[in-house]
Structure formats: C-alpha cells, structure tokens
Design a protein around this ligand. Structure first.
Ligand code: ZN
Length: 172
C-alpha cells in the first residue's frame, strides 16, 4: 500500500502567505487530505493544522486539543467575545513562541467532512486554536502578532528558517 505523507511547510514558503481557496464541493479527495492532515498534526505533536501548512491552498483545518478531532471545511468566525492571550507555537514556525491576543470565545460556521453545515461554539484553548488555524487560511502567521521586542528576538531564528538548508549543506 503506498503511503502518502504530507510535508509540513515552514516559514519562507510562499504558500503560507497565500489566501486559501474555499472548497466548492467536499469530495473524497478533501476527506483524504483531512485524514492525512490529522495524521501529520498528531505526528508533529500539534493541536491544530491548516491545509496551507501542508502545501494545499484549500480552506481545510483540523484541530484536537485532547477532546476529540475536528475536521472543518470553509470555517468562518461569525461571532467572538472576550479576550485571552496565550503563548502560541506553530508547526510552520518551529522554535518560535509568541503571546497572541485573541478572542476568548468564538462561534464558527463550517462544513463537516461530508459537506453538511456545522456550527461550533468554542472557548479558551479550542477558541485559540480555531482562530490560529483560520488565520492560516488567510495567510496570517503568529509572527504577525509579535511586538517590536519579540520581532528583534526572533529575527535570527526566522532568517535561518527562511534560508532553509540552502546555507548549510554540511550537517555536523
Ligand atoms: Zn500554525
């Protein structure tokens, strides 16, 4: 059986900055992508993943904060309230941690993996994860929330990520 693995795209890859396309009709192909995304998320030790992070410009996200797996198509935040600020990391920006101010509670409308409309009310960590993943669909990353001091702190790390392995072929 051929094994398909999705590669996590890292900061510097232009797809992370592109707006993801809405899914017109949820197909078996989309369901396959959502399953593979969930697999990559678990393998990477993440609690959320968006399709652009695996090189696919579609509005698909997965999330699991330990209370069950969510697979959402075309997710939209229709209402939000309250404030929270959590230290966030991102599988696409490894080694970087940013405190991001977000809504404490969100109401999300989406389609499930069978194309049926779905409404979701989330708060605290799950609300944070959903906002983070929906940001990915807009081409937005946690570093966009960094303060000037944080930007200075992570500047070198980002330049290394952006350069990829091109600058250092010899790994010792
Ligand atoms: Zn992320």
């Amino acid at each position: 059986m051929p094994e398909t693995r999705l590669e996590i795209k890292v900061f510097g890859d232009p797809i992370l900055r592109k707006k993801a396309k809405p899914v017109k009709k949820v197909t078996a192909g989309d369901r396959e992508i959502l399953s593979l995304m969930a697999q990559s998320m678990y393998e990477g030790g993440g609690i959320g993943l968006a399709a652009p992070q695996v090189g696919i410009s579609s509005q698909l996200i997965v999330a699991d904060i330990g209370q069950g797996l969510y697979k959402l198509v075309n997710p939209v935040i229709v209402k939000s309230q309250g404030r929270q600020a959590i230290q966030e990391g991102c599988l696409s920006v490894p080694g970087v941690c940013i405190k991001v101010k977000r809504a404490k509670q969100v109401w999300v409308e989406a389609l499930d993996e069978n194309g049926n409309p779905l409404k979701l009310e989330a708060k605290d960590l799950l609300a944070c994860v959903l906002q983070h993943e929906i940001d990915h669909l807009k081409g937005k990353l946690i570093i966009d929330y960094a303060t000037l001091m944080e930007k200075l702190r992570i500047k070198r790390r980002l330049s290394i990520l952006k350069a990829g392995n091109k600058t250092c072929k010899l790994k010792l």
